[in-house]
Design a protein around this ligand. Structure first.
Ligand code: 4NP
Length: 150
C-alpha cells in the first residue's frame, strides 16, 4: 500500500513545496511509488507558484516545483493522508487545531527522519533567505523518509 504523505508549512510557497518536489524526485530515483502533496496552514498564498528563490534552487539541483500551486491544509486531509509532516512546531499546533474526530493521520516533524540532526525544525527561508541550507535539510529528511518507507 502506498503511504499518502502531506508536507505542511505556513505559506506553502517555500518549505513544503520544496519538500514535495525534492521528496518526489528522490523517491522516483529510488524506484519508490509515492502519493505526495503539500499545503500551508495559513492560506495566505492560495493559488500562488512556489517562491521564485525556491524554484531557482530547485532548478539548480534538478528538481521541478513549477507544477505546484499553494493551497491551505484542510480537515479532510486528516482522513485522506497517512502522514502529515510539518516543518516546525507552530505548523504542528496549527494543523492539530483542525484535526477532525476519528481521523487517522499521524502528524510529525519532517526532521524526525534525520538521525543525529540537532535542528528539530526547518527554518523559514522566506525571512532568513537561507534556501541552500533549507534544501540540504530537506534532502537529508527525504532520504531518511525514503529509507523508512522502503
Ligand atoms: P513557508 O514560508 O511557510 O516556508 O512557505 C513562508 C511564506 C510566506 C510567508 C511566511 C512564511 N508570509 O508571511 O507570507
Amino acid at each position: 500500500m502506498t503511504t499518502k504523505i502531506m508536507f505542511v508549512c505556513l505559506g506553502n510557497i517555500c518549505r513544503s513545496p520544496t519538500a514535495e518536489g525534492v521528496f518526489r524526485g528522490l523517491a522516483g530515483q529510488a524506484g519508490l511509488n509515492v502519493n505526495v502533496d503539500s499545503s500551508g496552514t495559513s492560506g495566505w498564498h492560495n493559488g500562488d507558484l512556489p517562491d521564485s528563490r525556491a524554484m531557482a534552487e530547485a532548478d539548480a539541483r534538478g528538481y521541478d516545483l513549477s507544477g505546484q500551486r499553494s493551497s491551505q491544509l484542510k480537515s479532510q486531509d486528516f482522513h485522506d493522508f497517512d502522514l502529515i509532516l510539518c516543518m516546525d512546531n507552530s505548523n504542528i499546533a496549527n494543523a492539530e487545531a483542525i484535526r477532525p474526530d476519528g481521523a487517522k493521520a499521524v502528524v510529525k516533524l519532517f526532521l524526525d527522519y534525520v538521525p543525529n540532526q540537532p535542528l528539530r525544525e526547518v527554518p523559514d527561508p522566506y525571512y532568513e533567505h537561507n534556501f541552500e541550507a533549507v534544501f540540504d535539510l530537506i534532502e537529508d529528511a527525504s532520504r531518511g523518509l525514503i529509507a523508512d518507507l522502503s
